[in-house]
Design a protein around this ligand. Structure first.
Ligand SMILES: Cc1ncc(COP(=O)(O)O)c(C=O)c1O
Length: 370
């Protein structure tokens, strides 16, 4: 008789619950036969990448019989130039998710402890628990990171801290002063992972740029991505900025060809088109504001957000999610985060936001629908 497959897995994997991504449009069409669905479920850029990045990706397709440059020389040079960091401070990944996992595998041993916020991005506990380390979730304050409580949770046993600024799925963020205080309280032997996936979107003057802390905090790793404002989620490219010493350690374990040639070429062109980034940021801010205002008139509360998504309080999120699916609108129910009364919606194009609002309004108030 076949043995229980569970015991074949390493201990950390046995208790994992798979990450639930946003439902792809094709899956909804397959499952419910819904045509013309819109996806506002994964915080992608609804306008896609810069046309220059697209052209570079198409040109790179002509060379895919060759392995990519494993050291990503040109991309690292472009990133270093744009971000004013050394090339040796950069570690690249197949999306920032890959980088997050690489960080856990490089710096955490089974049985060691990491901490993150109660409602932090779900990839952190998966990366940590998967290697047999322990993740302690620190209770949030008003759905935001409670950095004071997180500092109080530090001990010599805590080897790693994950901070998301802004956090996904809540959209909440913390200030430069709060970050400074936290980093000062953290032992230098504790790795602090600062996830800035939505960095480019944030305009608030008090919002910190994690990169500017790297010189003073050699235990800090800042993580960013090309999946959000750069519109390259499908090509998978993220990166870490850290001291050269930490980058060297991560690069020892990194798969040599973890960033494909098309992604490298597209990212270089995308970085070079900052006018497009600025336009995307402006459009997002405008649409987020309009979406918030319309939600207000529907008496739906949104947590304050500085990213390209909103976290909405609703009565019955699973039911609303299913009802919206049937109308061809894909949002993200937050039950897996322990938030059964919240859904997350990405700021889409004006016509997508209008359709979401129309369907939401009808579902919240069935009388109005008839
Ligand atoms: C906070 C945060 N970090 C990391 C990621 C992972 O993004 P990617 O692997 O596409 O770079 C996401 C994706 O939604 C995110 O919201």
């Amino acid at each position: 008789m076949m043995c229980d497959p569970l015991i074949l897995a390493v201990p950390g994997v046995r208790g994992l619950v798979p990450y639930e991504p946003g439902k792809p449009i094709e899956e909804l069409e397959r499952e419910l036969g819904v045509k013309d669905a819109i996806k506002l479920a994964s915080n992608e850029n609804p306008y896609g990448p810069s046309p220059r990045a697209q052209a570079a990706a198409v040109a790179a397709l002509g060379h895919v019989s060759r392995y990519p440059d494993g050291g990503a020389f040109a991309l690292k040079r472009a990133l270093a130039g744009r971000l004013h960091v050394g090339e040796r401070q950069i570690t690249l990944g197949n999306g920032s998710n890959d980088v997050l996992e690489l960080i856990a595998r490089t710096f955490l041993s089974p049985g060691e402890v990491a901490i993150c916020d109660q409602f932090a991005f779900a990839a952190y506990p998966i990366s940590v628990r998967g290697i047999g380390a322990e993740m302690i979730m620190v209770p949030s304050r008003d759905y935001a990171h409670d950095l004071e409580a997180m500092a109080n949770a530090l001990s010599p046993a805590v080897r790693m801290v994950f901070l998301a600024n802004p956090n996904n799925p809540t959209g909440t963020w913390f200030s430069r002063d709060d970050l400074e205080r936290f980093l000062a309280a953290c032992p230098k032997s504790t790795i602090v992972v600062l996830d800035e996936a939505y960095f480019e979107y944030v305009a608030d003057a008090a919002y910190p740029d994690g990169r500017t802390f790297l010189d003073r905090y050699p235990n800090l790793i800042v993580v960013r991505t090309f999946s959000k404002v750069y519109g390259l989620a499908g090509l998978r490219l993220g990166f870490a900025l850290s001291s050269p010493a930490l980058a060297d350690l991560m690069n020892r374990l990194r798969q040599p060809f973890n960033v494909n040639a098309v992604a490298q070429a597209a990212a270089i062109a995308a970085l070079d088109d900052q006018a497009y980034v600025a336009e995307m940021v402006a459009v997002n801010a405008e649409q987020r504001k309009a979406l918030c205002a319309s939600l207000g008139t529907l008496r739906v509360t949104a947590l304050p957000s500085v990213g390209n998504f909103l976290c909405l309080k609703v009565d019955d999120a699973p039911r609303l999610y299913q009802a919206l699916l049937r109308k061809g609108v894909i949002v993200r129910p937050l039950g897996p985060y322990g938030m059964p009364h919240h859904v997350r919606v990405t700021v889409g194009r004006p016509e997508e936001n209008a359709r979401f609002l129309r369907e939401l309004s009808a579902l919240l108030d069935p009388v109005r629908e008839t």
